[in-house]
Design a protein around this ligand. Structure first.
Ligand code: DI6
Ligand code: FE
Length: 404
């Protein structure tokens, strides 16, 4: 449909996820007034101001409208896949055997380096389309499988291209500090100084970077190494975020909080002090149940500490070929509830309001005046249904920047 410049979306229940004193910020018999891609007014039909009364109307037939979904942590740009490794492991192969057969993250790095820009784009499109088909209007995309000067930039160029090819906002994150490539084995510090930081500066100069991330873990980089990358980000005026405390407690969360991180991601092993530091810094906890499930992790993220200390929680797919080959935000919501005992309302906030915040996007993730008119319309009666089902997509339509 070619939506007019200004119109009313009516005959709908609105889960606004905005600051209202009711669960989900719910409005029954609601109206959203849209003008030039932004929300001008939101409220119950019987309170519609006179000025809007003669605007054209589009009925949603009593359906539920939520903010467009936001996937705030993905690695959807990569070459190849790791299905063979998945199969080998389930046939009893050890970690070493998988590695000797060329598996693991290095296999994705090789396949990504070999791929052309066009191949990276074509490979990522079906993953992006799967997210869009479930109502995503914003998707974050990380680099981190090139691990070289030109290859990291190529991944980010592919991410930018995705945002031109589809009606979706793509936010790019530089993740040069994801792993040390084979040619720098045992020389992590040299990799950070000679490749990662120069690649970050070059990518920034090309306008390819919206935020900077790292993987702080005993199998990846130490807090001291990550801090050098964060300093470079700070010099460029870029916000930071961090994969921290996923497999062990390394102190990455405290570091990220000191740098005012937009988010700290995974956080299974985060402590109550970490939660306090995140709350003080205003960092979002990005919870990634797809990785928890895939690697059969048993340590749960400290959801209660996040609640107690008022740390906003987001949920994301972490879509990547190794630890989370997941392209469904609805399933992610269900996993957040079933695995981590998040409430369905927390799950919906996690893929809307708090996910937007994890990306520093002030005009997304809520249905409220002044926000972008990015909406998802669902064939459900109540918002709790979105997290409840497993493997079912009730999306009726998606509205991006006011256009259906
Ligand atoms: N955490 C993870 O679980 C993945 N990356 C990260 O920072 C693993 C990525 C992969 O195996 O390809
Ligand atoms: Fe990740």
């Amino acid at each position: 449909m070619n939506s007019p410049r200004s119109y009313l979306i009516c005959d709908a229940t609105l889960a606004t996820m905005a600051d209202r004193d009711v669960p989900y910020g719910l409005i029954r018999d609601g109206i959203v007034a849209v003008k030039d891609g932004s929300i001008q007014w939101v409220g119950p039909e019987d309170q519609l101001p006179e000025d809007y009364e003669n605007w054209g109307r589009v009925s949603m037939g009593g359906r539920l409208i939520t903010p467009g979904l936001v996937d705030c942590h993905t690695h959807i740009v990569f070459g190849g896949n790791r299905a063979l490794e998945f199969e080998m492991r389930l046939n009893g192969a050890s970690y070493e055997e998988v590695a000797r057969a060329g598996g693991g993250i290095v296999s994705t790095v090789s396949a990504t380096r070999e791929a052309s820009l066009e191949q990276l784009v074509q490979g990522a499109l079906p993953r992006l389309d799967a997210l869009i088909a479930e109502g995503a209007t914003v998707v974050e995309v990380k680099s981190g499988y090139g691990l070289g000067l030109t290859t990291e930039l190529n991944m980010l160029r592919a991410a930018r291209r995705l945002g031109e090819l589809r009606p979706v906002t793509v936010k790019t994150t530089f993740l040069g500090a994801h792993a040390t490539p084979g040619e720098y084995k045992g020389r992590d510090d040299d990799y950070i100084d000679q490749v990662c930081i120069p690649a970050l500066r070059a990518a920034f100069a090309e306008g390819l970077v919206d935020a900077v991330d790292g993987f702080c873990e005993n199998i990846a980089f130490s807090p001291a190494q990550i801090e050098r990358v964060f300093k470079a980000a700070q010099e460029l005026g870029l916000p930071v975020k961090l994969h921290a405390e996923q497999l062990s407690h390394q102190g990455g969360t405290a570091l990220a909080a000191r740098y005012g991180a937009l988010s700290v991601d995974h956080v299974e092993y985060a402590s109550e002090d970490d939660a306090r530091a995140m709350a003080a810094a205003g960092s979002v906890a990005v919870i990634l149940p797809g990785a928890f499930y895939t690697i059969r992790e048993t340590q749960m993220p400290p959801v209660d500490h996040f609640r107690t200390h008022g740390v906003p929680m987001a949920l994301a797919t972490d879509c990547n070929p190794g630890s989370s080959p997941l392209t469904s935000l609805l399933l992610t919501m269900n996993m957040g509830c079933t695995l981590f005992r998040m409430t369905p309302e927390e799950a919906l906030a996690g893929v809307t309001r708090n996910a937007a915040r994890a990306l520093g996007l002030a005009d997304r993730g809520q249905i409220a005046e002044g926000m972008r008119a990015d909406l998802a319309v669902w064939d459900v009666e109540t918002p709790g249904e979105l997290a409840y089902r497993i493997g079912f997509n009730p999306l009726y339509t998606r509205i991006y920047e006011g256009k259906q």
